[in-house]
Design a binder for this molecule. Sequence first.
Ligand SMILES: Cc1ncc(COP(=O)(O)O)c(C=O)c1O
Length: 463
Amino acid sequence: MRKLLMDAASRSARYAEEIGQRRVAPRDQEIAALHALGGTLPEHSEEPATVLRLLDEVGSPATVASTGGRYFGFVTGGTLPVALACNWLAGAWDQNVAVRAMSPVAAHLEDVAAEWLRQLFGLPSTCAVGFVTGATMANFTGLAAARHALLARAGWNVEEDGLFGAPPLRVVVGDEVHVSLLKALSLVGFGRTRVLRVPTDRQGRMRAAALPDLDDRTIVCIQAGNVNSGAFDPAADVCARATQAGAWVHVDGAFGLWAAAAPQRAHLVAGFDRADSWSVDCHKWLNVPYDSGLAFVRSAADLEAAMSVSAPYIAITPQREPWFHTPEASRRARAVEIWAALRSLGRFGLADLIEHDCRLAARFAERLSAAGVEVLNDVVLNQVVVAFGDDETTNRIIARVQNEGTCWCGGTMWRGRAAMRISVSSWVTTENDVDRSVEAILLERHRVLDPLRHRAIDPRGPD
Ligand SMILES: Cc1ncc(COP(=O)(O)O)c(C=O)c1O
């Protein structure tokens, strides 16, 4: 056992040490080599050390170097060394945190992390917290609590009687709603297209003036951090209207809510603390290993009513029972890495991490803009959206950047135009990583826009 685990540790350390020197996206041949992991189900057992070696030798080269400093795809955090190390120890513990009796340490770490997180996000100490896989499940969890609360008020027990015949609820979203929220709406039985969509402005923010009349049968979903632009919905206006009408406000704050942790960005989340439920990802900006998300619900009773079940064989204590706060029963101890990251960074370290990434996003925007690239969004957070001319040109440049390997940026459609998204979400990214990436992006632009001149200076030439 010791030899195997030490081998795994030394392979992992090598992988982590070499991440900055390798291509960000794997080569085609490295992906093709993955066939060695397949074939028919083995009849006989194989040495654990051989299995580990195969995984490392074939699997590691086919990973995307998202823990390195030049991965800007989607909204992807790296992994803080302390979070990774504690994740390994937690792997050895192999704790199930469904109920407190199964793992006193994991349940206690949830209590501790929940309190620290409530303080960081400025949420009331009575607010309940569920440790889930990510923002999609956190959205699901918040909406399930909302569904319970609004239907209970209308005299309907949705947990017992389901939605058939229930009083109708209305759901209001911004036109720029994240797809995961629509998926969560479909999972709680509200449907993806039954929603009322409120128009948004140029940055993707919901126009508060265009909100319909609200009432106590309405759930309004707003977002802290548009997945492309990073923009924030006008929470103060929306929450004021909703509170007056008795409507429920759910916040999709997958990455944007972390702005609350950095004093220079905290103004962006003003008013969001007045909502009723919130979703946040830890595998994004807290830089803990996948998967890790949080659902916060102001009324613990509503979340517990939506999630609680009991069985005679499951011992329940009077303390907070983890499975009364999540859709899952058996779960890994995600609070371990969250606790480790917060304990290690402290309030100031976390603020620095958030602010550092925001500054690097601004650096990206300034350098690209200075070189004539069109920046399409106000860079208020960690997101930059750029275009290189028409859609075809932009898409060609994105594909070339991804293939070249210095960095990785994804594509999107922004306000009707093809665009490249740059998301700076890792603790490890440096100014040098940004400058190298800008250089690589501009070189690919040059290869596409000026192929003949480029061939004269670079014999590899254009496509
Ligand atoms: C605004 C927003 N909401 C929800 C999600 C979904 O998060 P997850 O993939 O962790 O479920 C994302 C992911 O990027 C997001 O940016």
